[in-house]
Ligand binder design. Structure first.
Ligand SMILES: Cc1cc2nc3c(=O)[nH]c(=O)nc-3n(C[C@H](O)[C@H](O)[C@H](O)COP(=O)(O)OP(=O)(O)OC[C@H]3O[C@@H](n4cnc5c(N)ncnc54)[C@H](O)[C@@H]3O)c2cc1C
Length: 502
């Protein structure tokens, strides 16, 4: 009989249900991992934050089975233009409107609370996932077999505790879990105050346009973003001698907006001053405590990649946690989480800082060098997704650490819907694999040219006969011959199978 005085036990406790905590909880829901999410607030965060996510994030939301719930709340973005003080275009970051190899569009605009609501609603599908709002975690004590998690229920002041196999700090910039890990931060040097304003249009202002505009004006750098529905966003630099409180007062906000919009056009929804940082935690794991999202890294928002990086953290971490908790992998697998993710996020932050140098006009030439110079035309920017850092990917095999494409199945479905959050071996024909039984017992799916026409041509294009793709859609390794193929198959740990949520 269960001891009623013993604390409840969970495989994982997630501290914070922002977009990263909620994504991680949904992924652990898919994996069947008993999870408790503890969140201090009653509702989603009320101040203006993320407005853009990319094709890779949408692919993660598809894996969660939530793409259909999220799609009605997004619009496609045509891209971003950087203009100098005279309105001349310095940098053209237009985005194609066609599907990328991820099977989704390159750039979506959204309203962060809408996304968070969809992610939170998704949690209700999993009986083994619990969410407790208004619960403020204040202490973590880890021992050999787990972590004691203490929290206060802010609705009644009651102190409670639970035990967890692992605790993941998705608890944002001022992370408590990071303090318990004792991690310092690497500072990449960018810290600027910006006033962030959301307005709701009262009348049509199509002239503002659909492109995001970076006004690289040395007097007062500013950003315009077309939001979803009637929402429009401006982010405006706060000058060194300005007071953060004063600059966020409505009268001052309207004064700063007056070159674009007036109170006749729109109502002010919210305005807040943020200091944009560029920092990365030095240590993302200590034993049973780990970090994901803003607790592990923060970036200036110029690439729209802060939350995206956290969503990638969740996709990288969840299947590894599930494998360790099931006893199918050694806990050291969790060390590959930081080694893979940290260099990836660092590259994005460094690029965001370079673009920040164009916007604040302090390092225009260096920033423009990130793009492709063209004769008689503005520099064109195309952002390549960084590679995973060293970890599980079989580094001596081609394509390892790159994102794998998503193939369209012959029945018209997207390939990931068949694969689920599992490993998949891409191969021309299943008949060529002698160890099919071992693969299926390990939970690895097989996708062939019989399932999706694109598989064979993609393999041939890269001069390989097979590729092993991880649940987070990164290539673990590829095979140019039968010996490589045997190595790939041997490497398939953890042998987990997670059904598709679609
Ligand atoms: C102006 C602005 C624009 C941005 N634009 C973009 C963009 O376009 N694209 C993009 O990808 N990113 C963007 N970002 C970044 C993005 O908003 C963040 O990266 C994202 O919100 C981080 O998510 P998270 O879940 O890691 O943390 P958070 O969203 O901060 O969530 C952390 C949660 O943990 C809870 N919590 C904290 N401590 C405790 C505790 N002790 N106990 C219980 N709960 C706790 C908090 O209440 C909170 O709900 C932008 C940010 C800003 C400020």
């Amino acid at each position: 009989m269960q001891d009623k005085s013993a604390p409840e036990e969970f495989d994982v406790v997630i501290v914070g249900r922002g977009p990263v905590g909620a994504t991680l909880a949904n992924l652990l829901g898919l994996c069947g991992v008993r999870t408790l999410v503890l969140e201090r607030e009653a509702r989603t965060y009320h101040l203006p934050r993320a407005v853009h996510f990319d094709d890779e994030c949408m692919r993660v939301f598809q894996t969660l089975g939530l793409a259909d719930a999220i799609l009605p709340h997004v619009i496609l973005s045509p891209g971003m233009l950087f203009l100098d003080a005279d309105g001349r275009m310095l940098l053209d970051w237009s985005r194609p409107q066609t599907l990328t190899p991820m099977g989704w569009n390159l750039s979506y605009r959204f309203h962060q609370p809408d996304l968070e609501d969809a992610l939170i609603a998704g949690l209700a599908r999993w009986p083994h996932i619990a969410l407790r709002n208004r619960c403020d975690v204040f202490a973590l004590d880890q021992d050999e077999i787990g972590v004691r998690v203490r929290y206060e229920d802010l609705s009644n002041g009651r102190l409670s505790e639970v035990r967890a196999g692992y605790v993941i700090g998705c608890d944002g910039a001022r992370s408590l879990v990071r303090r318990f890990i004792g991690s310092g931060m690497d500072d990449l040097g960018f810290h600027e105050r910006w006033l962030v304003i959301d307005v709701l249009l009262k009348r049509n202002r199509d002239d503002l346009g659909d492109y995001s505009i970076q006004h690289c004006d040395p007097r007062r750098p500013a950003t315009y973003v077309r939001g979803t529905g009637t929402r429009r966003r401006w982010e405006i630099t706060v000058l060194p001698d300005e007071d953060s409180q004063v600059v966020a007062q409505p009268a001052k906000v309207w004064e700063l907006l007056s070159r674009w919009i007036t109170p006749e056009d729109a109502e002010l929804e919210r305005a807040a001053v943020y200091t944009f940082h560029s920092i990365i935690a030095q240590q993302w794991r200590s034993g049973r405590l780990l970090l994901a999202g803003d607790s592990a890294h923060q970036t200036p928002p110029f690439l729209g990649q802060g939350m995206c990086a956290g969503i990638r953290d969740a996709a990288n971490l969840a299947w590894k946690l599930a494998a360790v908790l099931r006893g199918l992998a050694d806990p050291s697998l969790l060390d590959t989480y930081q080694s893979e993710r940290q260099p990836h996020v660092r590259e994005f932050i460094e690029l965001a800082i370079r673009l920040g140098g164009v916007i604040n006009t302090k390092a225009i030439e260096a920033g423009l060098a990130a793009g492709e110079a063209r004769a008689n035309a503005p520099v064109r920017l195309e952002v390549k997704k960084p590679l995973l850092g060293p970890g599980l990917a079989l580094g001596d095999l081609p394509l390892a650490g790159h994102l794998a494409p998503q193939f369209e199945l012959k029945d018209g479905r997207r390939g990931d819907d068949r694969v689920g959050y599992s490993h998949v071996l891409l191969v021309e024909s299943a008949a060529t694999i002698s160890s099919r039984l071992a693969l299926s017992q390990s939970g690895t799916e097989i996708l062939t040219s019989d399932d999706a026409e694109g598989v064979g041509s993609w393999l041939r294009e890269h001069g390989i006969i097979a590729a092993l793709v991880r649940p987070d859609r990164y290539v673990r390794g590829s095979a140019g011959n039968d010996t490589d193929l045997d190595r790939l198959i041997a490497a398939v740990t953890p042998p987990t199978h997670v059904p598709s949520a679609a």
